[in-house]
Design a protein around this ligand. Structure first.
Ligand SMILES: NC(=O)c1ccc[n+]([C@@H]2O[C@H](COP(=O)([O-])OP(=O)(O)OC[C@H]3O[C@@H](n4cnc5c(N)ncnc54)[C@H](OP(=O)(O)O)[C@@H]3O)[C@@H](O)[C@H]2O)c1
Length: 287
């Protein structure tokens, strides 16, 4: 399988986003994670606020002691609450530090390989207001301190703009995680900037998410027609387009289904034709 560099390690181009595992029990999560590793997944994305650390605990139960080649990436900037929505912002530097400690405890790690600072200046999701708005420099200073202490291995950003990425370049970013996919290329400029600086672009919602209001590329008729012509699933086509679009893209599709996981990993074997790429390129929404 083709690889991409992430935090100094070569990881397979297609990783696994573990957020959907908050909806399944330990046995189902364990089966899925074992199959993911068997299929060559060595980049897993998580957060302590996925199911109030339930997802981290699934990962630990299924995969610890962790293989040396496995890169577990977490994110900070939110916390789990009960209502009115399951997440609240937790952007203050001391809250970021507490979340890293929670990752370490619940994952059973001495160091989190990569931690993404999830900003909340724009959607999707919660947008910071009032005293929830924290200067990015204060947050980066805390993450740099955590990296100096060896508690995190590397720093990434999530949900950020071109100017925020440019501002943070001296920190030595290893990845940027924004919403991006075949049908939503709003953040094409951010992708281009990351590619120019050899920073991995890790799109979340690569399959349009589990939210009904976000269009899914797997339902699009053009994607379905191309999938039929290659005798693969629409998800494989949507992910193959990401792999072909830039060699800096490392998607983390999420699923709680082993058959979907297998379909998603099969995208690395799809060779899109120039005609396929022209048709797929024409589908995007850019703002
Ligand atoms: N940085 C951030 O702010 C942020 C925000 C959100 C998510 N993330 C990360 O990004 C990862 C990916 O995002 P996501 O899971 O929300 O969205 P996604 O990967 O775009 O889509 C997940 C949805 O697609 C379905 N799906 C997966 N494989 C499929 C297939 N082969 N065919 C048909 N449907 C399929 C899943 O259903 P099934 O479970 O039934 O397969 C689920 O409903 C998350 O797991 C998380 O790690 C980061």
């Amino acid at each position: 399988m083709e690889t991409i560099e992430l935090a100094g390690r070569a990881v397979n181009r297609i990783g696994y986003g573990a957020m959907q595992l908050e909806k399944v029990d330990r046995a189902a999560a364990t089966s899925l994670l074992h199959r993911a590793i068997e299929l060559g997944v060595n980049h897993i994305d998580t957060a302590s606020f996925y199911g109030d650390a339930v997802v981290n605990e699934h990962l630990r139960a299924a995969l610890a002691p962790y293989r040396d080649d496995l890169v577990i990436v977490s994110k900070v900037g939110a916390r789990r609450v009960d209502a009115p929505v399951p997440l609240a912002l937790a952007q203050q530097p001391h809250e970021l530090r507490a979340q890293v400690h929670r990752d370490l405890t619940t994952l059973g790690l001495e160091q989190v390989a990569v931690v993404n600072l999830r900003r909340a200046d724009q959607g999707p999701g919660l947008i910071a207001s009032g005293n929830e708005i924290v200067p990015i420099d204060d947050q980066l200073a805390e993450l740099i301190a955590l990296r100096d202490e060896g508690l995190i291995g590397a720093i990434g950003l999530s949900n950020v703009s071109v100017s925020q990425i440019e501002h943070a370049l001296p920190v030595g970013l290893v990845c940027v995680q924004n919403a991006y996919g075949l049908l939503d290329r709003t953040h094409e400029d951010e992708l281009d900037l990351c590619a120019a600086h050899d920073i991995a672009w890790v799109p979340y919602f690569p399959l349009g998410s589990a939210f009904a209001q976000i269009p899914s590329p797997t339902e699009h008729p053009v994607v379905r027609r191309i999938a039929a012509s290659h005798e693969v699933t629409p998800a494989a086509i949507a992910l193959a387009w990401l792999l072909a679009h830039s060699n800096h893209i490392a998607p983390i599709p999420g699923t709680r289904s082993i058959s979907h996981l297998e379909e998603n990993l099969s995208a690395t074997a799809v060779a899109l034709t120039p005609e396929d790429l022209t048709a797929l390129d024409a589908l995007s929404r850019t703002s």
